[in-house]
Design a protein around this ligand. Structure first.
Ligand SMILES: [Zn+2]
Length: 251
């Protein structure tokens, strides 16, 4: 939406600038000056300054706290960053369920790999844009390169147990970041060669599958506010919990 707006603004600016150039030409020819010189200008006007966005395709975005903060704090900038990285997404209507809910969430429809619900999980994966952008950074700069390094095959699907769920953190009365669509539970991965890698089955495996899972969990800590996996407790034996809720943990 914002992109369309900037395009319209840029076009309008060009039309105004060209109009101004033409008026100036008429004025000068009326004065019997050389009309040729007045047409030499429009190129500078066509290049309207563009505010710097967050480029998710750059590895450097992974380690830039100011850029990462911008993704969570400015939904328009975040949408632009996803679009510029060729992530297709659809915005989803606001949802309120007691104390739980979200106002501006989206679902990823297409990315480098497909984000899919694990068999039996809720089919929708609504998430805040801040979460989606960090998931894309993780997918692009951590998960896919690690799969190629350890397993020799790209990741084609990332399976999740879910994102939004109106519930508290286990054994507490504090609402989970899942209650705000700021968290995802990643269950496993499917590779281009058909192999399936699951957190439950492969995290502690001695070999490339385990190396892959342990590395991407560790490096998730550079991105997400909270990263929890099988090392944390039994409740996380089958998934990585990744959230952007503002607390900090890497377990
Ligand atoms: Zn979780």
């Amino acid at each position: 939406m914002k992109k369309t707006h900037s395009l319209i603004a840029a076009c309008a600016g060009l039309v105004i600038a060209l109009g101004a150039g033409l008026s100036m030409a008429n004025f000068r020819s009326a004065e019997a000056t050389s009309a040729r010189a007045t047409f030499a200008r429009p190129t500078a006007v066509a290049e309207a300054p563009k505010p710097p966005g967050v480029d998710l395709t750059l590895f450097s975005a992974l380690a830039d706290p100011a850029q990462l903060k911008k993704l969570s704090g400015d939904v328009n900038a975040c949408h632009e960053a996803l679009s510029a990285a060729s992530v297709m997404f659809k915005e989803v209507p606001a949802m309120k369920q007691g104390q739980c809910g979200y106002a501006e969430a989206l679902e990823i429809s297409s990315s480098l790999a497909q984000w899919e619900p694990n068999p039996g999980a809720p089919k929708d994966l609504p998430m805040t844009c801040g979460l989606a952008a960090k998931l894309h950074l993780w997918e692009r700069h951590v998960v896919i390169p690690a799969a190629e390094k350890y397993l020799g095959s790209p990741v084609t699907e990332i399976k999740a147990f879910g994102t939004f769920q109106c519930r508290t953190v286990a054994n507490t009365d504090k609402l989970s970041e899942h209650a705000y669509a700021k968290a995802i539970d990643v269950a496993g991965f499917v590779l281009a060669d058909g192999r399936k890698i699951s957190v439950l089955g492969d995290y502690y495996a001695k070999g490339p599958e385990g190396d892959f899972l342990r590395e991407i969990r560790q490096r998730a800590c550079d991105l997400f506010d909270v990263t929890l996996g099988p090392d944390y407790n039994e409740a996380h034996a089958n998934h990585f919990h990744l959230d952007v809720g503002g607390q900090h943990a890497c377990r």
